[in-house]
Design a binder for this molecule. Structure first.
Ligand SMILES: CC(C)(COP(=O)(O)OP(=O)(O)OC[C@H]1O[C@@H](n2cnc3c(N)ncnc32)[C@H](O)[C@@H]1OP(=O)(O)O)[C@@H](O)C(=O)NCCC(=O)NCCS
Length: 158
């Protein structure tokens, strides 16, 4: 498995992986744009046949230069439960471009146990804290079928 910075050629495969998962759907444009402008803080995992089997889209919020915010992380169903998401997160925080990062933040719905376990495992691996804070309440979302989003804040790192 190779863990790489994405190029614009990876956006379509990220979008397809999301289409086949429980993650929120976004336009293909959004993935291509992330691959172009935020490649330093995004990760793609490719198998021996160069097939994209996992990805992270993340960015450093302009008002929080010591945080990397993980917008989405996804692993192909065939590769889940093998530590791939954890490896991608570790790749992200070890990059030269992330040298000033002290916290990883992500929002997670209360029912997404796999994602919660993933971020708690990251905190354990770095022997640091995992704080859980309120973030986006369900009233903010249109319709009535979106759960609230809680912030998982892991750090300080190092
Ligand atoms: C969440 C996701 C990225 C985890 O990927 P993964 O490569 O399987 O994760 P890992 O193998 O690195 O496992 C990380 C931790 O999550 C746990 N985990 C993985 N799948 C799980 C599941 N279905 N239920 C409960 N815990 C789970 C693992 O046991 C491990 O925790 P542990 O060390 O305490 O045992 C993957 O399940 C996925 O793509 N889900 C759909 C998309 C999604 O919900 N993304 C997150 C929201 S942005």
């Amino acid at each position: 498995m190779s863990l790489l910075k994405p190029t614009v050629n990876d956006g379509a495969a990220m979008w397809e992986l999301v289409n086949n998962s429980t993650l929120d759907q976004n336009s293909a444009y959004k993935y291509i744009m992330m691959c172009d402008f935020f490649a330093e803080t995004c990760v793609v995992a490719k198998d021996d046949e160069e097939k994209l089997v996992g990805f992270i889209t993340a960015f450093i919020p302009p008002t929080k230069p010591d945080v990397v915010f993980v917008w989405q992380i996804g692993v192909d169903p065939s590769q889940r439960g093998k530590g791939l998401a954890s490896q991608m997160l570790n790749e992200l925080v070890q990059r030269q471009g992330a040298k000033d990062i002290r916290y990883v933040e992500a929002t997670v719905t209360p029912s997404n146990k796999a994602s919660q376990s993933l971020f708690r495992r990251l905190a354990r691996a770095h022997d640091t804290n995992c704080e859980v804070l309120d973030c986006f309440s369900e009233e903010l979302f249109p319709g009535d079928n979106h759960e609230e989003e809680l912030t998982f804040r892991i750090g300080p790192l190092r």
